[in-house]
Write a protein that binds this ligand. Structure first.
Ligand code: CP
Length: 305
């Protein structure tokens, strides 16, 4: 399989076989990193929205493989402030780099950037839509912690309406015969368009606002932050911000090998007392950002197949 010059915009652009191939390359790179693999290559990091993990792990991955990075973490210091369009920003950046990672608040911005650029573009999150590299590291975490992707009972809790990591992961896992449990207040439930897709694919799913209703069924619980920055009305955010908290008393009624994941950052949705339990997988999950992003960069820059 050849991923050279491929854009990574939506997880839906990848077949099951392609996703499995990427995960195989991640494992190879994790086991045997090649330090000069990306020597002479430059990555542009264009972050129009805040980020800690995605931006820093891409920088770290690139530099650990001998490549270099340029870019910005705050678009206030760019010519966007003078009115430059995203299209023109991308047309300029492609002159200076071999690949682009972009995070932007507008849904569809990653796709637009890929259309503007002739070099590979990686979507680091476009509004509430998609975060495909997070999904690949989420899949890798599941594979490493559960030993498989097939036939798992996976719960998603929190802000399923605006949470882009949920949207991408639901689509990716739908290749692997899961049973899904969507746990959210009605106003923050997963959009109907995703449920329509699951119905078409004959994937079993359950919806509830009750955190404990299916707790004994779950192999994975994927917890998400209430996405404050996406709420049109701040009062609505205040209503939901502390709606669920995973704590030690919740863990009394779960499978022994339940793994709790979270794309991070967390606010109040997982109590710190959970961190030291055998259920917590979220810090390990964030650490997998390095081998996953090394593999993705090496693939799209044509250094591995
Ligand atoms: N998971 C994730 O995307 O984290 P950041 O927002 O810190 O990049």
């Amino acid at each position: 399989m050849d991923f050279k010059n491929r854009d990574i915009i939506s997880i839906n652009d990848f077949s099951k076989e392609e996703l499995l191939h990427i995960l195989k390359v991640v494992k190879q790179i994790e086991n045997k990193p090649k330090n000069n693999l990306l020597k002479g290559k430059l990555l542009a990091t264009l972050f129009f929205e805040p980020s800690t993990r995605t931006r820093l792990s891409f920088i770290s991955a690139m530099e650990q493989l001998g490549g270099e990075v340029l870019g910005f973490a705050d678009s206030e210091s760019t010519s966007r402030q003078k009115g430059e369009s995203l299209w023109d920003t991308i047309r300029m950046t492609e002159q200076y780099a071999d690949a682009i990672i972009i995070r932007h608040p507008l849904e569809g911005s990653g796709r637009l950037a890929a259309e503007a650029a002739s070099i590979p573009v990686i979507n680091g999150g476009d509004g509430s839509n998609q975060h495909p590299t997070q999904t690949i590291l989420d899949m890798y975490t599941i594979l490493k912690t559960k030993g498989k992707l097939e036939n798992l009972h996976v719960g998603f809790v929190g802000d399923l309406k605006y949470g882009r990591t949920v949207h991408s992961l639901v689509m990716a896992l739908s290749h692997f015969s899961p049973t899904f449990y969507f746990i959210a207040p009605d106003a923050l439930q997963i959009p109907e368009s995703y449920l329509d897709e699951l119905f078409q694919k004959k994937i079993e799913y359950n919806k509830t606002s009750d955190l404990t209703r299916f707790s004994r069924e779950l192999d994975i619980l994927y917890v998400t932050r209430i996405q404050k920055e996406r709420f049109p009305d701040p009062l609505e955010y205040e209503k939901f911000k502390d709606v669920y908290t995973i704590n030690k008393s919740f863990l009394q009624n779960v499978k022994k090998d339940l793994k709790i994941m979270h794309p991070l950052p967390r606010v109040s949705e997982i109590d710190k007392s959970v961190d030291a339990t055998q259920h917590a997988a979220y810090f390990e999950q964030a650490a997998f950002g390095i081998p996953v992003r090394k593999a993705l960069l090496a693939l799209v820059l044509g250094k591995v197949k």
